[in-house]
Design a protein around this ligand. Structure first.
Ligand code: H2U
Ligand code: ZN
Length: 348
């Protein structure tokens, strides 16, 4: 494996952005400390939880006695389906620099299971398959609507990530406008295909597998790497070996493969610092605007904030906010540490 010891910058071909890598600063001995996990284990059912079966939600609705996943419209949705064209916020202002427009959409919450205490890597494999199946179904159901042009599936996990409820759940925000992150990736994937005649992520995965250093885990259908251009210390990019554009295109075998690999990668995460690893993760899938997006390759990004222990996190401040992202630990070392963390859950 080639070791990078000098400050350098790496290019992210999916976004066209650079990251500064300063490996010499991480040359000091690895201070990864594993603190005892004092976090109270939550109960399997919490009578005060908005998401547990049978309980009342903040919006007044009551959850059914669900036994698998539960999907409901977010009671405090950030996007509303209203087709009403109110006056735009900048109407009547003197300058074209004040630009705004109405934007419609739908927001849903997807509870992973009735269990208040089981995160994705702790759920049995069929339950994780059910979650992915639900995400695929929702993508199809929402993406089909004429006013929905992009479906964002994501999970925000852990108080440190601003997650408001410990009951394992994800969210789906589906809207009329393509958000900025997928818009950058759309342009990059189309441009790559025009220039190379092949798919950016198909080529990238093949190159990563050939090199091996950044591969964390893989199975017949999916591969997970710490990407060459990772920003977060233990960032993951997970994508399929088959070129497909959307969760809705997954075959039942691929749903099982994705569930197995995701569960395994999240187990490596939890094991790394013997803690329930916080993160934001989500899928980037092709827009649902009816255009040709055959260059799009479905993938998942996981962005975890932790750096050295269950309590020491990386902050995106200073140079990162004002100039560009920066990291010390190389993606190669991060992948090595994740692999070494093992795939048997530390609480199992
Ligand atoms: P987090 O994933 O950030 O914890 O957010 C949970 C979502 O659940 C949040 O968007 C919604 C909040 O609006 N929610 C409901 O829709 N109903 C409730 O009763 C509680 C929370
Ligand atoms: Zn609950």
């Amino acid at each position: 494996m080639k070791l990078y010891t000098q400050p350098h910058r790496r290019f992210n071909p999916l976004t066209g952005e650079w990251v500064l890598v300063s490996p010499h600063r991480a040359a000091r001995p690895w201070q990864g400390q594993v603190e005892p996990d004092f976090a109270a284990v939550p109960p399997a059912y919490d009578p005060d939880c908005y998401l547990c079966p049978g309980n009342a939600r903040a919006g007044g609705a009551r959850n059914p006695d669900y036994t698998s996943t539960l999907v409901f419209d977010n009671d405090f949705a950030a996007l509303l389906p209203s087709a009403e064209e109110g006056p735009p916020p900048a109407e009547g202002s003197a300058s074209p620099l004040f630009r705004a427009e109405a934007t419609a959409g739908l927001c849903r919450v997807v509870c992973f299971s009735p269990r208040h205490d089981l995160t994705l890597p702790e759920l049995p494999l069929p339950a994780v398959e059910a979650v992915i199946h639900t995400w695929a179904e929702q993508t199809l159901d929402l993406g089909r609507r004429p006013f929905i042009n992009y479906v964002q599936v994501f999970e925000n996990k852990g108080a440190v990530m601003g997650c408001s409820n410990p009951h394992p759940h994800s969210q789906i925000w589906a809207g009329e406008h393509l958000p900025d992150e997928p818009a950058k990736e759309l342009a990059a994937q189309h441009a790559y295909r025009r220039a190379q005649g092949s798919c950016l992520l198909c080529d990238y995965l093949a190159a990563e597998e050939q090199e091996g250093a950044r591969v964390v885990a893989a199975n017949e259908h999916f591969v997970a790497v710490v990407p060459f251009w990772a920003i977060w210390p233990f960032e993951i990019l997970l994508a399929g070996r088959r070129h497909l554009a959307s969760l809705a295109d997954l075959t039942p075998e691929e749903i099982s493969g994705l569930a197995e690999l995701l569960r395994r990668v999240l187990t490596h995460y939890d094991n790394l610092f013997s803690t329930s690893f916080p993160y934001s993760l989500g899928f980037h899938q092709a827009p649902t605007d009816g255009e040709d997006h055959s260059a799009w390759h479905l993938h998942l990004h996981a962005y975890p904030p932790l750096l050295r222990s269950a309590t020491i996190r990386k902050f995106m401040v200073g140079y990162e906010l004002l100039a560009m992202p920066q990291r010390d630990l190389t993606p190669e070392l991060a992948a090595e540490r994740l692999r070494a963390a093992g795939d048997r859950h530390y609480r199992a």
